[in-house]
Design a protein around this ligand. Structure first.
Ligand SMILES: Cc1cc2nc3c(=O)[nH]c(=O)nc-3n(C[C@H](O)[C@H](O)[C@H](O)COP(=O)(O)O)c2cc1C
Length: 210
């Protein structure tokens, strides 16, 4: 599918066909294709919980404004944004550094410098850590929607849920924020899609401050 078609045809789909399965292989393809998304210093501070079990999805739906798509979609993602994903000693900070050394874009002697730079950018207060985690995970989530569409799957992002209740219900550790949930599957073909939603124009998007 041409990227222009992917971007024009992706929609937040309200009605999923609960009887059209999505294979684990296809989900893996989506998750890994989307992982090509860029991130700050390539730190990739995102994780995913993948829900398929109906009982689990029912528990989530109760905490997500009772949105039917949570149980109708065969797969639901819980996106997790790691607010500790910049910290020295974090497994992926370490892996990232080693990978850069291996690739020749970094030298081992710069380890202290590197960890200090990222701590200075993302670790000086809670707002910075939150922004770091959520902006990067937001890019990843967008990439997931495009990757899914390119593989003929439909998605629906959701932030209509009780954040703290979901955290408690699914035993999600405190270092993670949950920027969004996402239903994934195929559209229920007996339903019709409403016309595309309006979008801001160039002039409405571009601003200037004097
Ligand atoms: C972060 C995020 C959270 C959203 N949360 C919800 C939600 O909880 N429930 C819902 O029905 N739609 C939700 N939406 C869908 C938006 O309403 C939808 O994307 C927007 O109206 C544009 O429509 P389109 O995606 O079909 O182009 C969410 C979208 C985003 C990006």
């Amino acid at each position: 599918m041409d990227f222009n078609d992917v971007i024009n045809q992706r929609r937040a789909i309200n009605h999923f066909d609960p009887n059209e399965p999505v294979s684990d292989e296809l989900i893996k393809q989506v998750v890994e294709l989307a992982a090509k998304a860029p991130s700050s210093f390539n730190l990739q501070p995102w994780s995913l919980m993948i829900l398929r079990d109906l009982e689990e999805k029912k528990r989530l739906r109760k905490l997500a404004w009772d949105q039917p798509k949570v149980t109708e979609a065969p797969v639901v993602f819980i996106f997790l944004a790691d607010r500790d994903g910049w910290k020295k000693g974090h497994p992926f900070v370490e892996k990232n550094f080693q990978e850069m050394v291996r690739a020749g874009s970094m030298v081992p002697e710069k380890y202290e410098w590197f960890t200090k730079v990222i701590a200075g950018l993302y670790g000086t207060d809670d707002e910075k850590s939150q922004a770091f985690a959520c902006k990067n995970t937001g890019f990843y989530a967008m990439a997931v929607m495009f990757a899914a569409k390119s593989l003929s799957l439909e998605t629906h992002p959701m932030d209509g849920f009780d954040h703290d209740a979901v955290r408690r219900e699914f035993h999600i550790p405190d270092n993670y924020w949950i920027p969004l949930l996402m239903a994934v599957g195929y559209m229920d073909r007996t339903k019709t899609l409403h016309p595309p939603n309006w979008r801001k124009t160039f002039d409405e998007i571009v601003v200037k401050f004097t």
